[in-house]
Design a protein around this ligand. Structure first.
Ligand SMILES: NC(=O)c1ccc[n+]([C@@H]2O[C@H](COP(=O)([O-])OP(=O)(O)OC[C@H]3O[C@@H](n4cnc5c(N)ncnc54)[C@H](O)[C@@H]3O)[C@@H](O)[C@H]2O)c1
Length: 338
């Protein structure tokens, strides 16, 4: 049980989706999921009111949340309703947001079904939607009652989504834990897919790293910003080039490592280690993006204050810092170094 500012969040590792029916009265539960997760796990949802949304980041928009709200009204959901988000980060982000605003807040349970959802998106209470190409521009911080990890969902997760999830795993190691970085260097994606015990340990480790950061800084005034390593440039290229989140973040981390080398004394040998690890987990490390187009998106980033951007840089593997970079300098650095 973890105590956040307004709620105790129960983490159920190695749980089973069937526990839901034991924990909550079934007619009080409304599930939100996407068409892929529903298709593969139909049987699990039997007996629950289920709202099914189209899958994909392009649907992570206010209109989908409006759709959830209309369906909640049709179902006559009230303050006793428990909204359960079952899916990847897109679904858990939108379900969390909907739960936080419907009738000014109803109970929320999250059941992440992708690696990225389990190690990152479902943990920490941030939620929201994109506004056009601008990522996560609208949302709230709202903790669930419970986070239920049922690893059985991962049996149907496509290969490319496993790869995606490892971008955030490598991010956690890069910013917080050099020993964990070394541990990942000695493994492969296949090893985690084959060994359920190893996978369970990996997920718990990542949840622990993220939770520790969030508990120190739930509303992102300090350390939580470190979790955005790779995300400033990553988010800018993600929506322009329709890259997957993991691919965009991987490319963004290498770009941030390059800036770290330029202005933060991060060694080129360690940058190389990061590149090798990302490639080992089948992640891309470069992209021929147009610098002018990403700049227009980049300056809308939430980490920008008037004339500076709070950029997350590495000092060394396992340790990150937030550095305000004047926008002029950032533009020059992007043009000259990336
Ligand atoms: N709130 C946060 O703190 C936070 C942190 C990191 C990322 N995010 C958000 O998470 C999103 C990315 O999450 P994602 O990569 O999980 O994307 P996603 O939700 O789009 O899922 C990826 C794909 O996998 C499918 N899928 C998910 N689980 C499956 C399963 N068990 N079997 C078969 N298919 C399955 C989905 O239908 C989708 O097609 C982004 O919108 C990002 O902004 C949020």
């Amino acid at each position: 049980m973890l105590a956040f500012s307004n709620k105790n969040v129960e983490y159920v590792f190695d749980g089973s989706f069937s526990q839901l029916a034991l924990l909550y009265q079934q007619d009080k539960v409304v599930i939100v999921t996407d068409e892929n997760v529903f298709k593969h796990h139909k049987k699990k949802f039997e007996g629950f009111a289920t709202i099914q949304l189209p899958a994909g980041e392009e649907f992570k928009q206010q209109r989908s949340v409006d759709d959830i709200i209309s369906q909640l009204l049709e179902l006559q959901a009230d303050k006793e309703t428990i909204l359960v988000g079952v899916g990847g980060g897109v679904i858990t982000d939108m379900t969390g947001y909907a739960a936080s605003i419907y009738k000014r807040g109803i109970k929320l349970v999250l059941v992440p079904t992708s690696i990225l959802g389990m190690v990152d998106a479902a943990v920490g209470g941030k939620n929201g939607v994109d506004v056009g190409p601008f990522k996560n521009m609208v949302g709230t911080v709202y903790q669930p009652e419970m986070l239920l990890f049922d690893y059985e969902f991962l049996d149907t997760l496509p290969e490319e989504e496993w790869v995606n999830g490892f971008a955030e795993i490598i991010k956690h190691a890069s910013i917080k834990d050099a020993a964990f970085f070394d541990f990942l260097s000695g493994k492969t994606l296949a090893a985690f897919r084959e060994d359920k015990q190893l996978l369970a340990e990996l997920i718990e480790k990542n949840v622990a790293i993220k939770t520790a950061v969030v508990l120190k800084d739930e509303f992102e005034t300090g350390d939580r910003r470190l979790l955005n390593f790779g995300h400033t440039i990553g988010h800018a290229i993600e929506n322009i080039y329709q890259l997957s989140h993991g691919h965009a973040i991987s490319i963004g981390m290498v770009a941030a490592a390059t800036l770290s080398e330029e202005i933060n004394e991060f060694s080129s040998a360690e940058k190389q280690q990061l590149i090798v690890l990302l490639e080992q987990y089948q992640l891309p490390v470069t992209y021929p993006f147009d610098k002018d187009s990403i700049w227009d998106i980049l300056i809308m980033d939430k980490k920008r204050s008037k004339d500076t951007m709070n950029f997350i840089l590495l000092d060394k593997i396992g340790h990150a810092v937030v550095k305000p970079i004047p926008l002029e300098q950032l533009k020059d650095l992007i043009n000259q170094c990336l």
